[in-house]
Design a protein around this ligand. Structure first.
Ligand code: ADP
Length: 483
């Protein structure tokens, strides 16, 4: 049995048997590892370790931090298949998708390694001020000890989006991964060791809400970066408000995919299907609301029905698997509860709408489509986080935009239209942090990630991801007009 340990001050800390919990494979229910829930003392010691390490790490040359990040990317690549397998076993994700995740995280470490290389050369630059009696320089400082709290749907990737820019900026970290995916994240300790990351710069503690809650409230934590549910995000936001603590939140979504009547139908089928069935719909960016122009609705829905019905869930370890089980029992029960709500609301079921009977797995559901869903339906307005697509038709462009924006969330959107120019014009009017035109979902490290409205605060990736871990400081003096 693999036993996972907290990683504090560069050392693995053994736990009492009473602190250990099983990590389960949602496909077959087998225990794949045991991991501890951190006590308050362990959380404190992880934060103290990060605070001690910050004294030196913040002063390290940015070029050197870039080298550490490059080494981390190299070490992940060496273990790519092992990590992908752990991801797949931890959250039921098809192995082919897990391999993408690992590659995305490698790309992220390399991207911030490059950025780190140039940071010192672009710091402390003088600012042009209108009053010539003064001079001022701009200094970026690392924020300090940061708490990184990550979810179970994209372990490793979400972690890299936070950890790589935090380290590049000169912050030290305490990471608390989701209690559902400890195995997928446990490799990070080996990677830090192999990359020679100084002790205390990266600390990893395991546990659930209690450990996370203790971590974010620790007075030495200067910033919290959280990805997860909107409910937990609101709790974290409140807790940070009490201490005026900097916080970044990447939360839920109920994103639209808008298909216009001049669209290439096969391209629309691919974008709609991928947008809701990738990772079994368990992604904050899932385009779970399909808005289709009325005159092509019958044709598109016919193709979607066939495509969804043909996609049967299977063993995520199989190279050909495209759909696994849902990631855990709570998630399975939540999705099934929405099937019941749909029945109570008398929604039109096009395909799916129930659990999928499988000899090995208890957490499988059928890919599902409801059509003509009323705009006040709970299935239209609430995030389900499963393979459940709700559709609605529109006649005019203005109607499509209005319905798309009539939503508590604003994370992502997809537009499918014959011309990119048309797509661009619609995209300008959509309230969402990231919009795809005539393509499947792809998040590139150079572009921003994050949402408007209840989808979150702040942005990850790109230069914005780095800014999230830096303080801006100006140093101004009176020169009396002399240089
Ligand atoms: P889910 O319900 O889908 O697991 P959550 O938003 O609850 O999503 O969890 C995302 C991450 O937040 C996980 O690492 C989880 O342990 C952590 N978490 C949950 N509740 C809290 C809390 N009250 N304070 C801090 N972290 C929390």
């Amino acid at each position: 049995m693999i036993q996972i340990n907290h990683y504090i001050q560069g050392r693995r800390k053994a736990s009492q048997p009473s602190q250990l919990h099983p990590a389960l494979n949602p496909y077959n229910g087998e225990t794949i590892a045991e991991f501890p829930y951190a006590s308050a003392e362990e959380v404190n010691s992880a934060v103290e370790s990060a605070a001690e390490a910050f004294v030196h790490w913040r002063r390290s040359e940015s070029r050197q931090r870039g080298e550490y990040l490059t080494r981390m990317a190299d070490e992940i690549e060496k273990r790519a298949e092992q990590i992908a397998t752990a991801i797949s076993q931890s959250c039921g994700k098809p192995i082919s998708e897990a391999r993408f995740d690992v590659q995305d995280s490698v790309d992220c470490y390399r991207y911030y390694a490059d950025i780190a290389n140039g940071l010192d050369d672009n710091n402390n630059l003088s600012v042009t001020v209108s009053d010539k009696a003064f001079s001022s320089r701009l200094q970026y400082q690392p924020t300090g000890v940061v708490a990184l709290i990550t979810p179970w749907n994209f372990p490793t990737v979400t972690t890299s989006w936070k950890l790589a820019p935090a380290l590049a900026a000169g912050c030290t970290v305490v990471l608390k991964p989701s209690e559902y995916t400890p195995l997928a994240e446990s490799f990070l300790a080996d990677i830090c060791d192999a990359a020679d990351i100084p002790p205390g710069v990266v600390n990893i503690i395991y546990g659930a809400a209690e450990a996370g809650s203790h971590l974010i409230k620790h007075p030495s934590v200067r910033k919290v970066s959280f990805t997860g549910s909107t409910t937990t995000g609101a709790f974290i936001s409140h807790a940070c408000a009490d201490d005026i603590k900097n916080v970044s939140l990447e939360l839920g979504g109920k994103s639209p995919v808008i298909v216009f009547d001049d669209a290439d139908i096969e391209q629309a089928v691919s974008a709609v299907t991928g947008g809701i069935l990738f990772n079994n719909g368990q992604m904050c960016s899932a385009t779970s609301r399909l808005l289709v122009q009325q005159n092509i609705a019958p044709q598109l829905l016919r193709r979607l029905r066939q495509t969804f019905a043909d996609m049967r869930p299977g063993d995520p370890a199989d190279d050909n698997c495209v759909l696994g089980p849902l990631a855990n029992q709570a998630q399975y029960e939540k999705v099934c509860a929405y099937f019941d709500i749909a029945a109570e609301e008398k929604l039109n079921l096009l395909t799916g709408g129930k659990a999928f009977a499988h000899p090995t797995s208890q957490f499988m559901v059928e890919p599902t489509i409801y059509t003509d869903v009323p705009l006040n339906s709970r299935l239209w307005t609430e995030e389900i986080f499963g393979p459940v697509l709700c559709t609605h038709t529109f006649t005019s462009e203005d109607e499509a935009i209005a319905i798309a924006n009539d939503c508590d969330y604003g994370l992502a959107a997809t537009i499918i239209s014959a011309t990119d120019e048309h797509g661009e014009r619609i995209a300008d009017q959509i309230e969402a942090g990231h919009i795809w035109i005539n393509t499947d979902q792809r998040v590139l490290t150079e572009t921003s990630w994050g949402g408007m409205k209840k989808s979150g605060l702040g942005r990850e990736l790109g230069p914005w991801g780095l800014s999230a871990y830096r303080e801006v400081k100006h140093i101004t003096r009176c020169t009396g007009g002399k240089a």
